[in-house]
Design a protein around this ligand. Sequence first.
Ligand code: FNR
Length: 379
Amino acid sequence: RRLDNALTIDDLRKAARRTTPLSVFDYVDGAAESEVTADRNVQAFRDLTFHPDALHPVADPELEVEVFGRRWALPLGFGATGYTRMMHHHGEAAVARVAQAVGIPYGLSTVGNTTVEDVRAAAPEVDLWFQLYPTSQEINAELIRRAQNAGCSTIVLTCDTAVSGKRFRDDRNGLTIPPTLRPATIVDMARHPSWWVNKLTTEQVSFASLKFLESKYKFNEIADRVFDSNLSLDSLDWIREQWKGQLLVKGILSAEGAAEAVEHGADGVVLSNHGGRQLDRTPAPITLVPQVRKALGDQVPILVDSGIRNGQDIAAARALGADAALVGRAYLYGIMAGGQDGVARAYEILSTEYRRAMQLLGVRRSIDLAARHVSLPDT
Ligand code: FNR
C-alpha cells in the first residue's frame, strides 16, 4: 500500500527516510565533502532538453537492448552498492532476485553483506556481475576465482577509490558498520522499531566476500585495506590476465581515461563519479557521454551512472550514446522503503517512466534513440 503510493523515486526516498534509521539513510543519501557533485549529477539530467519526433506514434515501444551480446529488458542495470543488508535485511539477494525477475544485470559489491555464492543461489539466472575492490593479489585471485565459479559474466573494477571519500554525514551520525549501541541508537530504535527488530533477528554479516580478512584485522583497518591507493594500469593488466570474462572499468571521467582503460584490456567502461561519494566537484558523467562515445567509437560498450532518478534519465543516457545506465540510490531507496517489494517498485517506476518517455519522444525502439532526441546545455 505504502509502496503503491510511491509514484516516483523521490517518493521512495521519502518513505525510506521514515522507515530507516537516519544514520543508515544518510549513508545512502549522503555524498562526499560539500555534496556539490551529488547535486550536480541530478541537476545535469534536469538541464537536458528533449526533442521529440512529431507524428511518430508509438503504441508499444520495444524497450529491450542488447549489451555484451545479452538481452536486457531495459537499458538499465542495478549497480554495486556495499552493505545492502544494512539498508534492509532482505539485502543483496533481494536486489538480485528483482534483477533476475525483470531481466537486467546486478552487480554485487566486494563489500556486500552477502557472498557471491549466496547471491547466485538466491538468483540462479540473474546476469551477475562482481564489483572488485582489488586488495592483495592473493585476495584478488581468490575473489576472481569465486566470481567465476558463481557464474558471474562480468568483473567491474572500480577505479575511483584511491582512498575513501569524506562523507561528513557519516561522521556526524557516528555511523559504524555494524551499528554500535549508543544512547542515540536507543532513541533511534524507538523511532524505527521494525528495522531494528529485523536487524537483531537476522544473521549479521559485515564483509561477506572478505570474511577471511575479518578475523585478522579490526573493522576500521579493513575499511582502509579495501581501498587500494596503488591501483594502476598495471593492476588492470594483471586483472585482465586473470579474468577471461567481461571486464568493465568503473569510475572513468574522461575520454582519455576511457581510451586508456580499453587499451589495457577493458571490454567497456562505466562513466561514474561514484554518485558523488568520492572526489567532489567532478563533472556529471552524463555530460561526458558524447565525447567518450566519440573517442571509443561505436563498438565499445559505455555505461553511465550517477544521478539517475527517472526513466527519462535512462532515455537521455541512451540518446547521448551510452548503451545503458546503472542506478545505485534509486533501488536502495526502494529497499529501505519496502525490502524486495521496494526494489521491484523502483524498477517499475523507472521502466514505466522510460516507456512513457519513448512514446512521447516518438521512438519505437530503444536502439532508435539518437543524438537528435536530446541536447546538453551549450550544444
Ligand atoms: C555505492 N557505490 C559503490 N560503487 C562500487 O563500485 N562499490 C561499492 O561498494 C559501492 N557502494 C556504494 C554504496 C552506496 C550506499 C551508494 C549510494 C553507492 C557507487 C554506485 O555503484 C554507483 O556508482 C552510484 O550509486 C551511482 O549514483 P546514484 O545512482 O546513486 O546517483
